[in-house]
Each structure stands twice: as C-alpha cells, then as structure tokens.
Design a protein around this ligand. Structure first.
Ligand code: DAH
Length: 322
C-alpha cells in the first residue's frame, strides 16, 4: 500500500509502523548503518535520516489532510433544505396588466395587441385628429425617422396611445365587438412623479346595436368595482377626446381624493361610418386607461419613475405578489 492510498487513520498508522516503526523497513536500514564499513557510514546514515524526516513530514501532511476532509464531511448537513436559485419575478406593471386583462376577460372581452410603431394615419388622422388639430398637443410624439416619411410616404411614430387599435380592429371585425388592447405607448415628454415617457395603456372598444351611455357607465362601474372593491365611489365628468362624443373621464375616490382612472366616451359616429357600419344602427363606447397609474394605486407606489429604473431593490418587493 502506498501512503496516498491510506484512506483513514488506521491505514495511515499501519503504513507508518511498516516504514518508521521499531521494526519498520527504514528503521532496519538505520540500524544496519553501524555494521557498514566506517567510510560508508556517514553517507548512508545521512541519506537514511533525510529519508526518515521526509517520510515523517509526508505522514503528518497526510494526517492533516485526513482530518480536514473529516471536518468537511461533518459540515455537510444533508437534512438542510436545498438552495433555491433566484428565479426573478414578474414586474409590477405586468402583474397589474394581467390582473386587468383577467378582469375584462371575466366580463366577456377579447384581448388583442397592436403594433408599437404605428402610422400617423391610425394614431391620429383616422381618430379625427388631423395634422394641425389642436388636440394633437395632447400627445407629444416620438416620430420614427425614416426615408419613406421624408420622401412623402406615410409617416411613422411610436404610438402615443392604444386608441389606433380601435380603427385597426374595426377594419377587420364585425360587431358585436367587445375587446381590450393592452400595450406600451411612448410620449415625447419630460418625466416627473406622475409622468413617464413610456407607459402601458389598456384600450377598450365595444360596438353593437343600441348601445347607450348607460352601457358605458354600467360596464365601467362594474369593472372598477371588480378591480378596487364593491364599495368604491366613482364619478363621471365631461372630458374631450376627438374620437368620442360625448367624452368623459372616470374617477374613483381613493383614500379621500378623487383620482382619474380612465378616459372614455361614445365612439364618434364618423368613426363608425368610416368603418363601413351604419351609425344609426351601430353605436358603442371606448375607453383607455394607464396601467402604471393602476399599479401605483394597488401597490402604493408614489413615483411612476420607479417602474422603469430597473432598481432590483424596488423590483424584489414584488416577488411572490399577484
Ligand atoms: N387615448 C386616450 C389617451 O391616451 C385615452 C382615451 C380616452 C381612450 C377616451 C379612449 C377614450 O378610448 O374613449 O389619453
């Protein structure tokens, strides 16, 4: 057996005794020195002694190694639960968006998505916001620089709201329509605690025969109650958006203050007509809300800019939340 093969203290001692013990092999050599001719004794004696101390060092080192691995084995507690690798978690805006989508799905809405890069025509003109219309100032726009636009082709932009999907959806679908459109929107805007240049909206569109403002109110109040609780106070106030008539904003009373949750209104008859539908027969309503705003209410976030700063200390607070 070699020293390296000694797997425990007993084997190690056996090895040590075999070489260095009183009757060990090296001890025999050392004893034999005195029987050698006088001129050879110093050389053999010195060599054997060097070998002896080298072997003693090797035994000590091997013993230390055996001790270290025994300690190591003791430090492994096989009953400890495994370490969970960090999995990350859903972003608070994703959580809120999914919650909103679920709520509308439960109410019978379809969910569709549209393009982030949009044509000026859909984002503005066909929503009754032509170039030069003062209402364009409501949406500071990030334009997409491209040759097509500069050469007189259609101009493109990052959608400033999800409303263009009203037009796109009407192009492809016949009533009855009951759909929501979640999506990211972009605005050329300075940021502060309540404004971000990138935001998430949920657009809603409902078109059918004989729909009135009462349907709008009933639907949106039902939604708000599902979202914020049965005894939430709501209020509708007149507002102006070029693509609805009449237009309104819906506020909820939150910790004593009125907070605007969404814009809404009856789809403008010109938009219904442009879609090839008879506005005397088909009516409907639309609404649009900011998802970050709802997330701020749900989680008590006071500054909208936290959402896209990517600070893990902020994001980790939403681990395991719904
Ligand atoms: N698109 C509007 C905005 O970004 C929100 C909005 C208001 C959407 C009224 C609607 C609506 O569908 O009817 O400010």
């Amino acid at each position: 057996m070699s020293l390296a093969e000694a797997g425990d203290e007993t084997a190690l001692d056996e090895w040590r005794v075999a070489w260095l013990g009183r009757r060990g092999r090296l001890t025999a050599v050392l004893r034999g020195v005195r029987d050698l001719p006088a001129e050879e004794r110093p050389r053999v004696g010195a060599g054997a002694n060097r070998l002896k101390s080298a072997l003693e060092d090797a035994v000590a080192a091997h013993r230390a190694q055996l001790h270290a691995s025994a300690e190591h084995a003791k430090s492994i507690d096989v009953s400890l639960p495994g370490r969970t690798p960090p999995l990350g978690s859903l972003h608070p805006v994703t959580l809120t968006r999914r919650h909103l989508e679920r709520t509308f799905r439960d109410m019978g809405f379809d969910v569709v998505e549209g393009p982030d890069v949009e044509l000026e025509e859909y984002n503005f003109d066909r929503l009754r916001i032509p170039a030069g219309h003062p209402a364009r100032d409501m949406w500071d726009t990030i334009w997409v620089a491209d040759d097509a636009g500069d050469n007189g082709g259609p101009r493109q932009l990052l959608r400033t709201h999800t409303s263009p999907m009203q037009i796109r959806y009407l192009e492809r679908r016949q009533p009855p329509i009951r759909v929501i459109v979640p999506g990211t929107c972009y605005r050329y805007e300075a940021t502060d605690a309540t404004h971000e240049w990138m935001l998430t909206q949920i657009e809603g569109l409902v078109i059918d025969e004989n729909l009135s403002f009462a349907h709008l109110k009933g639907t949106l109040e039902a939604f708000v109650r599902r979202m914020f609780g049965a005894d939430i106070e709501t209020r509708f106030r007149c507002d102006y958006f070029p693509f609805v008539e009449p237009g309104a904003e819906l506020g909820v009373r939150w910790q004593g203050d009125w907070l605007e949750v969404l814009g809404c209104g009856m789809v403008h008859p010109e938009i219904i007509e442009d879609a090839g539908l008879d506005p005397d027969r088909y009516t409907g309503f639309a609404f649009g809300m900011g998802v970050e705003r709802v997330a701020m209410l749900r989680y008590g976030v006071r500054d909208i800019r936290h959402f896209y700063r990517n600070d893990v200390r902020f994001l980790r607070q939403f681990e395991g939340r719904r």
